[in-house]
Write a protein of this length. Structure first.
Length: 559
């Protein structure tokens, strides 16, 4: 067995970036010893502690009674994994597991798992010791004890670690990474995940809830940050960047909750970018592309929280995201493309959608069909008391020959296709809605019912109807304002931002203000913009971007 001194020298040889790790103590991986941080290695080298991630996971999970110190598992080189990796243990007060690439390395881990388990599906699973049906013998819990960090430098933000299901691989595990049960505070950051699975549906990161022996289990406070996620399974029409399930092992029980933060990620999904079953979700600063779809009888979505278990518990916040959906192949009536999709299955206390940029929504078909075409869609749950805020979003949706607009509400820039409940509310404020579809019942804003809906300060551009409520069209801004929406006093207007001075650019930003032709909006409650710049409480610009005031020549470098 390699001595500690030899191992120390070998790791240092991987690069000077491990200076801080050089100061750590070293131990024989993995064990139940206590003390300061220690390091184990996994990789293709004869001197590595483990030859595969699965072997490292099995050794980690076999430690009894618990993990008592901070372990860093360094991946030193490329790996091909033919057995799934299950990391599950209990932790003492100082116990932790960090999985990272070794300094100066950019390892690629290729998963080629031939057989699905009886228990939790996933190529790398956190929270169980093996792939058997989950019960008291293999279920483990944790709180803040797991980190997957793909940067090869301490505290870094580079994405140096890649997990993937390669092209030509039949891998029935469905998710590349999975977090199961009562494993809270897991952090997944700075990694790249690709799935091209040939066997069926496959998603990059999965979140799994259920129950064990009648006790509900679900992860909370999961953080997914600064990751690149590409889900393009070649054997299925369905691929998500992040997904969650409340029925991974039995079902979660009423009263249980999930929570997640997805921040600063680049996500490319075949059908959906983010598809969640959560009570609390913060989805912010992500760049989401839904493309390469092949299914013609399904709905595509950038961000889609759905089917939350508990009524009126939690807050879903979707902010500062960029969503693009070019080339959606849907040709079936009632299906289509939705940028941000809050469906009737979502029953939470609050939904907040602000500072999002939604553009490039196109279809491949040239034949008109009664498709869903909605940059933002909020369908209140009839049994809930949800309060909706849709504020300071920028929407640019061109006319499409694939969209007939035959059914009211299916084609609209912002759509509330079901009524807000008597105990709920909806505020639609200070958005730029450029919705150029002119067919059928298309409208800038659609409301199934006017009950408990406020619409103020919006800039709505639509060649057909500015708004539609039920079966009633409001073709002109003046008609809409006479009905009490987006009045002049609140800053309601219909000004094409492509024709203002300055005009918004391809990313729906303005360079500077004042903006010729564009008026002020209603008082703002969101006091920072898409870029993180300050937004005034009054006199702001509609949409997601608040430009610099009175920019001069010296300011052009800012843009």
């Amino acid at each position: 067995m390699e001595g500690n001194d030899m191992k120390h020298a070998r790791i240092l040889g991987m690069g000077s970036a491990l200076a801080c790790v050089a100061a750590m103590g070293w131990a024989i991986p993995f064990d139940n010893s206590s003390g300061g941080p220690v390091t184990a290695t996994v990789g293709p080298n004869p001197t590595d502690d483990y030859p595969s991630l699965a072997a490292a996971a099995a050794a980690f999970s076999a430690v009894t009674p618990s993990i008592e110190r901070e372990w860093t598992l360094l991946i030193t080189g490329d790996l091909t994994e033919t057995t799934a990796s299950y990391f599950g243990n209990t932790f003492g007060p100082n116990g932790k597991l960090i999985i990272k690439p070794a300094p100066a390395t950019q390892p690629v881990v290729r998963f080629q798992i031939p057989t699905a388990p009886a228990g939790i599906y996933g190529d790398l699973v956190i929270g169980v010791t093996n792939g058997n049906l989950v019960n008291a013998t293999n279920d483990r819990t944790s709180n803040g004890n797991y980190v997957i960090d793909g940067s090869n430098t301490p505290g870094g933000t580079t994405r140096d670690l890649t997990f993937m299901v390669p092209v030509g691989t039949n891998d029935p595990m469905l998710r590349v990474i999975r977090v199961w049960g009562d494993n809270h505070g897991v952090v997944i950051k700075n990694i790249k995940v690709y799935t091209y699975d040939s066997s069926g549906s496959s998603h990059c990161i999965g979140i799994a809830g259920g129950n064990v022996g009648g006790v509900s289990k679900s992860p909370n406070d999961l953080v997914i940050e600064n990751c690149y996620l590409h889900a393009e399974p070649l054997g299925s029409t369905t691929g998500f960047g992040v997904d969650s399930s409340s029925t991974a092992n039995g079902g979660m029980l009423p009263g249980d909750t999930m929570s997640v933060t997805i921040r600063g990620c680049t996500i490319e999904g075949k059908q959906r970018g983010i598809f969640l079953t959560h009570d609390d979700a913060l989805i912010e600063n992500n760049d989401i592309l839904v493309t390469s779809g092949t299914g013609t009888t399904m709905t595509y979505a950038g961000i889609f929280p759905f089917n939350v278990l508990n009524g009126n518990i939690g807050t879903i916040t979707i902010r500062n995201n960029r969503i693009r959906m070019p080339g959606t192949p849907s040709t079936s009536a009632g299906q289509g493309a939705i940028g941000i999709f809050i469906d009737t299955g979502t029953s939470v206390a609050n939904v907040q959608i602000y500072n999002n940029i939604i553009k490039d929504m196109t279809f491949t078909s040239a034949s008109p069909v009664d498709l869903l075409y909605r940059p933002i869609s909020c369908a209140p749950n009839s049994a809930a008391s949800t309060n909706f805020l849709v504020e300071h979003n920028s929407i640019n949706a061109d006319a499409s020959p694939a969209v007939s607009g035959a059914t009211g509400g299916r084609a609209a820039g912002i759509s509330f296709p079901t009524a807000v409940t008597a105990s709920g509310s909806a505020v639609i404020r200070n958005n730029i809605v450029v919705f150029r579809e002119a067919d059928g019942t298309a409208a800038g804003i659609y409301l199934a019912s006017p009950t408990n809906v406020v619409s103020v300060g919006n800039n709505i551009v639509s060649p057909r109807a500015i708004g539609r409520i039920g079966v009633n069209d409001y073709l002109l801004l003046t008609d809409w304002q006479l009905a009490g929406y987006d009045t002049a006093a609140t800053g309601g207007q219909s000004v094409d931002p492509a024709l203002t001075t300055p005009a918004w650019d391809a990313d729906l930003h303005f360079a500077y203000k004042p903006i010729g032709g564009l008026g002020n909006v209603a008082a703002s409650t969101i006091l920072t913009d898409f870029d993180g710049n300050a937004r005034p409480a009054s006199g702001a610009v509609p949409g997601a971007d608040e430009p610099v005031l009175n920019a001069g020549v010296a300011d052009w470098a800012l843009f």
